[in-house]
Ligand binder design. Sequence first.
Ligand code: CP
Length: 322
Amino acid sequence: MSDTLSTEHLLGIRELAPEDIDLIFRTADGFKEVLGRPIKKVPSLRDITIANLFFENSTRTRISFELAEKRLSADVINFSSSSSSVKKGETLVDTVNNILAMKVDMVVMRHPDPGAAVFLSKHVNARIINAGDGTHEHPTQGLLDVYSIRERLGRVKNVKVAIVGDILHSRVALSNIHCLRKLGAEVMLCGPPTLIPPHAAELGVKVEHDLDKALAWCDVANMLRIQMERQDHSGPTFFPSLREYSMRYGLDLQRYERLGKELVIMHPGPINRGVEITSEVADSGASIILDQVENGVAIRMAVLYLLAGRIPMDAGADRTRV
Ligand code: CP
């Protein structure tokens, strides 16, 4: 078993080997144990400087990365485009190069454009972690989701996972699909035809437009958010109304109880309560939504730790030991 990632950056799950994912999960297991201790901090990334660059809104991912970095004793810089010189027209590469001139080792970046993290990795000399690039990938979300399934069910192989909702605009869906398929799970996408990408079947997944049939098939239901911000601002353009969407694709207690079996219920957040999932289900014992958030810190610690191990060190320096 290797203890080194096959990649210098985390740009997407598509580029990872199953062995990389297994290594990240095993490393996260160790960090979960650390996070359960009275003193939750380790010196693993002492002397490593990490910039968190967020060109798009975030609550969970931004806080989770910052906490993971601080638990590992890294020096942390936070950048938000809304309060920066990007507003004066500065380009992405100029912004990042200026930050790197201040001797930053790693960059965690969220950006509205698909491919922004790949672009950055080709132009700046630092380890890049994609914290969500447009509708493309959100690799640490995919990792923490699948890690949470592994934790709840004890396995991922042959688990049946339905990903429900706005697949078309979802970077979470693509990262989940790649991660689940690489570890041998079965995946079904469920939603209105207008919100399922036409090439979905090429990803090796099933497609179902009837939510009750998808729920009857699966062990795990990952309920995705309707991404209104990526649709026309005058209202939903991919389905007639939020009310109709919620009737056909929302998970409420009645629908769940009608199934007559237990499911693991997931949601990456933020939740549109009463649209894709009701509070009764989101806050029920079947839901692992807050476990996903908790596991996000351990997963991000694992990713940061393993990628930092690939930073060329000064002779004699040893900055990546737990
Ligand atoms: N799940 C997720 O990416 O949430 P944020 O947009 O709040 O980071």
